[in-house]
Design a protein around this ligand. Structure first.
Ligand code: A3P
Length: 329
């Protein structure tokens, strides 16, 4: 594939001279699609993403009311963004009907909540953040927590991490990658992603270090880091959205609960509703079609694609890497 046709996150055309120098001192590898990755502070990044991470680390100044939504890619980021936007928008008394001016009806959740390293700090360490002010700044990231620790030191900002069964995450990643690269959904690609997943040399990997960085912080500082699970959101959405609202310091009032606001928000943010909106059927950003963020959204879908041997190997890795942490799948 012509490198210019790749989505910008996979390219290496935004690198400064200093970053190039840094990269030459880092461990690097080429992935199965021929894209270059390097390992910085224990995490694998494509080169443009590394530039965004470095820009963020040197330029971001947290505000106390900031919200940062974190995830390993394909773990439910889009859903978490939509729920967060809807929770914070409720002060504006939306009607939730089709003529409502709710931002989720006019933009994709990734447009409303930009990614720190891939959008906001992609090109500069001093972007103009003025438009992100009201009512609270909301950003997302796929960086592991340790990549943000120094920058967020002493900040009481709220970090929410959504995690997902890694087998479903892997399969979702396979579908997404093939859709974005507009290539055929082949077993060969799944198998090479699986290998990279298992040995940790994958974009934003190793996944176990990603998970553990947020898991540990959520135990140590529960007011600062909230750990959520995609599967729990699916199984008990009303309970989980209330948890999220409480964490943000804006719990539902009795009146809101009685007037059905909780269900209206869940319905607005459902995969069925979001994927049926015109903006999500037709729009695109950063070379990714909005529609590719929505697929089945089912728990356990990986069973339909992974062999029992693949499942076993991932289960064993999880068991070994998460041992003693209290985190279980
Ligand atoms: P599947 O590929 O298993 O269907 P991310 O948002 O982190 O990129 O994760 C994408 C996964 O979340 C996809 O899973 C997608 O279908 C699912 N998803 C997207 N929006 C969702 C929503 N509103 N509710 C539930 N799942 C959603």
């Amino acid at each position: 594939m012509d490198p210019k046709e790749l989505p910008s996150i996979l390219r290496d055309d935004k690198i400064s001279v200093e970053t190039n120098k840094l990269i030459s001192s880092l461990l690097s590898r080429t992935d199965s699609q021929g894209q270059k990755l390097c390992k910085y502070q224990g995490c694998w990044y494509y080169y443009n993403t590394l530039q965004g991470v470095l820009n963020f680390q040197s330029g971001f100044q947290p505000q106390d009311t900031d919200i940062i939504l974190a995830s390993y890619p394909k773990s439910g980021t889009t859903w978490l963004k939509a729920l967060t936007v809807a929770l914070l928008e409720r002060s504006k008394n939306h009607s939730y009907s089709s003529d409502d001016e709710h931002p989720l009806l006019y933009d994709n959740p990734h447009g409303i909540v930009p990614c720190l390293e891939m959008d906001v700090y992609h090109e500069s360490s001093s972007p103009n953040l003025a438009k992100f002010s009201a009512p609270r700044r909301k950003f997302s990231t796929h960086m592991p927590l340790h990549a943000m620790e120094e920058t967020l030191k002493h900040s009481p900002c709220k970090i929410v991490y959504v995690c997902r069964n890694v087998k479903d995450t892997l399969v979702s990643w396979w579908f997404f990658l093939c859709a974005v690269l507009k290539i055929e959904q082949s077993r060969g690609i799944l198998e090479s992603l699986f290998e990279s997943f298992c040995n940790g040399t994958i974009y934003y990997g190793p996944f176990w270090e990603h998970l553990l960085s947020y898991w540990r912080a959520s135990l140590e500082e529960p007011k600062h880091v909230l750990f959520m699970r995609y599967e729990e959101l699916k199984a008990e959405p009303r309970h989980q959205i209330k948890r999220l609202a409480e964490f943000f310091g804006c719990p539902f009032t009795k009146q809101e609960e009685e007037s059905g606001v909780v269900d209206k928000i869940l319905d607005l943010c459902s995969l069925r509703n979001l994927s049926s909106l015109e903006v999500n059927k037709t729009g695109s950003r950063n070379d990714v079609d909005h529609k590719d963020y929505f697929r089945k959204g089912e728990v356990g879908d990986s069973k339909n694609y992974l062999t029992p041997e693949m499942e076993y190997k991932i289960d064993m890795i999880i068991q070994e890497k998460l041992q003693g942490s209290g985190l279980k799948f």
